[in-house]
Design a protein around this ligand. Sequence first.
Ligand code: BG6
Length: 295
Amino acid sequence: VLMSEDNSRVTANLPTGERVEVLLYGATVISWKSANGKENLFLSSKAHLDGSKPVRGGIPLVFPVFGPPNKNHATGQLPQHGFARNSRWEYLGKTSSESSTLPNSSGDSSVKLDFGLSKSMIDKTNWPYEFALTYSVTLSPKDLETTLVVRNTGTSNYDFQTLFHTYLQIDDISQITVSGLEKASFKDKVQGGDAEAAGEPISIGSEVDRVYNAPSEQAITITENGEARFEITRDMLSDVVVWNPWIEKAKGMADFGPEDGYKSMICVEAGSVSTWNNLEAGDAWEGGQRIKALS
Ligand code: BG6
C-alpha cells in the first residue's frame, strides 16, 4: 500500500499485478486495473481530482440521499447525491491476506483498504445527524469489493439512501448488454414515470437513466460482443441504476471528456435508493457489492 506524497490518495498493488487507487476526497475509487493492465473503471479526462468537485468517473459514493433531495425531507439542504462524495475521508489502514507459501497454492492474496467519515469531519452538512461511516475497498485477483457500514452514533433515528455510482469502462456501448434486470420494474428518469419489466437484457442506443428494483440475490452481468465482461453481485442493495448520458447530456457536463467518452462507459450502480433505510439510534447498517472483471 502506497500513500501518495501529497496525502491525496492510497494505492494498493497485489503480487499478482492487480491495482487499485482511491482518492481520499470522497473515498472515490478512481482506478482499478486487472493483472493484464486493463483499466476496469471509466474516469473522465476532465474529472476534477483536486477536491473541488465530485469525481466524474470511478466509483463515487452516494450518501445519504440519491439524486436531488426533496426540499421537504431531512436531506433537503444537501447537494445532489449527498455529501460523502465531496468530503475528505480518513484512511484507516489496510488488512492483507497473505498468499500461502505452500506448494500448489494459488498464491492469491487480497488487500482491504478502510476509510472513515464522521460528523466531526464534515464542515456544513446541513444534515443534523450523528454518523460514522466505514468504507472498505477490497482488491482480490479478478474482483473488487466495496462495502459501506453506516453507524448511527447519535440519539435520534434517521433515514438514508446509499449507492455505489460505478462507472465501468467498456470498449463500445453499442456492443453492450446488461442482463439480470429482465424481471425488474423500473423508474425511467428519461421518459418519466414507472415502467414494467422489459423481459429482455438491456442494450443502449440513446440516453438511459433508470432505477431498477432488483432483489439483491440477482447477479447483474455486463456483456460486450457476447462475452461477459463484468459481473456484479450485491448485499443489502436492492436497486440498480443504469445510466448513460449519451451525446447531448455528455456535452452538457463540463467535467465529461472526451466528447465521445459516453461510448466507453456505462454506469451500473448498486444501491438502496428507491425507499429510505431507517437507522435507529445506536444501530448499524452494512451493504456492499462485488464486481468481477471477467475479461
Ligand atoms: C445517476 C443519476 O446516478 O447519476 C442521473 O441517475 C445523474 O440522473 C447521474 O445524472 C450523474 O449525477 P452527477 O450529480 O454526478 O452529475
